[in-house]
Ligand binder design. Structure first.
Ligand code: HEM
Length: 526
């Protein structure tokens, strides 16, 4: 036997051995499953920490467009490909949808209650459970049910108008300046809580985050958007086995602020629940419909699913609407010709409001959904906002290829690879949308030929695609088509300082801040 005296091995040999092992380990990531043929930043091919680093460097923007220069298929992680071509949407989200699971990205979005991860309709990675759950509640999101929800939206829009009027409209100096990035959040949270639980959080009336819900959401999303770049960190931090075990013993519990509020409202609702039909009202909230789904499908919808659904309405349906609404007003103010044309369209469709002497009822100022949907420029403005400022657009929509692999853009991609698209990149695809993709030009939707329009709609990833496409899309339309023309009908908006731009933070939703606006009342003298 050959024995080597360790004292005879020089230190450089240890160093050489360690370097060789490390290089081999790094290269095993780089060359795994033949993904080295796809271009992308070198560091991204060996570690997901590249993504985390990009996020930390560019919190004020979506960093994915920076890699678009690499081509149609870009490697942005050791096991992750990003597709930069609208044709990939169908391949990834629809053709393979029966088998393609969501990646661990979604698991990071699962809350924890008493040491157990709680998947909901958004964050479950179980395809079969998701399909059954979605079918059980589909009726609550159908176009035909919007009539049940419109009164909640009308009430919240009226409160929004009344608060803007009382607090800011026509006031001189600093008193007249409204931070729309905050107030659009109050609106979105109040309207989604009214729609979901029949009762608004009362943020608009309070004028500040009096229940800490904005703070709680921001904290949750900040964690989610950081950790989903390197998903195993979640198993070290929040879903650490030790913490989960302590949680099951009742010695550790981390609950976000939305949970106790939702639980309280659920208990209240359960006590008064008589069934949707038995209620015989035109006003029915989503929670009542979820409780009805529990009665109809008890094997799929249990109390935990009802809570998960309730919370995912508030989580998925508030930041997205808030940022879309803020962006609509921001871009209209930055492009005054479009603002002028939209105000003219609104005035042409809706009667002028009564003058100050007769007083103004804000409920009467809120436009009906059935009428506002007929405004072609409003429709084009919203489409252009969805393109330029997609609500969840700063993140990837990740799927995992099935074990046997998948064909995407004509390329065979092996099984177990994370494949994804990003709305921010897709919506700036010049062959589809034109060379002026960075310009806010709603007219592009009105001037397009039928073929162009079909291609533009097909590439629009604002609602996602396939079986996980946004279930709240119709509700978002109901809110946006009512609130935007109603605000323009009542006020003239001005940027407090037209030379300043807003600030943006990447929370998955592009989260704006420091968007300061003045309101002049149109129906009375200031
Ligand atoms: C402008 C507003 C909105 C935008 C841009 C938006 C965007 C999206 C996107 C892109 C997805 C797909 C995510 C994925 O595949 O991982 C999604 C899913 C979802 N959205 Fe929305 N959303 C909006 C409003 C709403 C509203 C108002 C609600 C509820 C009232 C809502 C509830 C949901 C839920 C529950 C899901 C998960 C659906 C599933 O996985 O089956 N969203 N949304």
């Amino acid at each position: 036997m050959l024995l080597v005296d360790s004292t005879t091995i020089p230190p450089w040999a240890y160093f050489a051995l360690a370097t060789t092992l490390l290089t081999a380990w790094v290269l095993s990531f780089r060359y795994q499953k033949g993904l080295n043929k796809y271009p992308g930043p070198f560091v991204a091919s060996v570690t997901n920490f590249w993504r985390l680093w990009q996020w930390l460097r560019h919190t004020d923007m979506c960093y994915f467009p920076k890699v678009a220069k690499y081509g149609r298929i870009i490697r942005i992680g050791p096991n992750t490909l990003l597709f930069n071509d609208p044709e990939a949407i169908k391949d990834i989200y629809m053709t393979h949808f029966n088998k393609a699971r969501q990646s661990d990205f979604y698991k990071v979005g699962q809350g924890v209650s008493r040491g157990v991860a709680v998947p909901n309709i958004f964050s479950t990675t179980d395809r079969h459970y998701h399909a059954k759950l979605r079918r059980s509640v589909a009726n609550a999101f159908a176009l035909s049910t919007l009539v049940n929800y419109e009164p909640y939206v009308t009430d919240t829009v009226a409160t929004f108008l009344a608060q803007l009027d009382a607090r800011f409209a026509g006031r001189p100096g600093a008193d007249g300046i409204c931070d729309m990035s905050e107030w659009t959040k109050y609106f979105a949270l109040d309207v989604v809580s009214a729609l979901t639980m029949g009762k608004s959080y009362g943020l608009l009336e309070a004028g500040y985050d009096h229940i800490g819900i904005v703070e709680a959401r921001t904290e949750f999303l900040r964690y989610f958007t950081i950790v989903n770049n390197v998903t195993w960190l979640d198993r070290v931090l929040k879903k650490n086995p030790l913490l989960m075990w302590l949680g099951r013993l009742g010695l550790w519990n981390s609950v976000t602020a939305t949970v106790p509020i939702a639980l309280r409202q659920m208990d209240e609702k359960k006590r008064t629940f008589k069934g949707v039909d038995a209620d015989g009202k035109t006003r029915v909230d989503l929670l009542t419909k979820f409780l009805q789904a529990k009665v109809d499908n008890p094997d799929i919808v249990d109390d935990r699913a009802v809570l998960g659904l309730t919370l995912s309405m508030v989580n998925a349906g508030s930041g997205t609407v808030a940022t879309t609404l803020a962006a609509t007003f921001y871009f209209l103010l930055k492009y005054p010709a479009v603002m002028k044309a939209l105000v003219e369209e609104t005035d042409a469709h809706f009667e002028p409001l009564a003058d100050a002497s007769s007083g103004v009822g804000f409920h009467a100022s809120v436009v009906p959904f059935a009428d506002s949907q007929k405004l072609p420029l409003l429709d084009a403005v919203l489409k252009e906002i969805f393109r330029l400022w997609p609500g969840l657009g700063m993140q990837l929509i990740e799927r995992l290829t099935p074990p046997e692999g998948a064909h995407i853009l004509g390329e065979y991609i092996p099984g177990g690879i994370i494949v994804s698209c990003n709305a921010w990149i897709m919506h700036r695809h010049k062959p589809t949308y034109g060379d002026d993709v960075e310009v806010f030009r709603p007219q592009r939707w009105l001037d397009a030929s039928p073929e162009q329009l079909a291609a533009m709609n097909k590439a629009l990833l604002v609602w996602g695609a396939g079986p996980n496409t946004c279930i709240g899309k119709n509700i978002a339309f109901l809110e946006l088509f009512k609130v935007i023309p109603s605000v323009l009908r009542v006020f003239t908006l001005e940027l407090a300082d037209p030379t300043k731009d807003w600030k943006v933070f990447n929370l998955g939703d592009p989260e704006p801040s420091e968007f300061f606006v003045r309101f002049r009342p149109r129906y009375r003298k200031a």
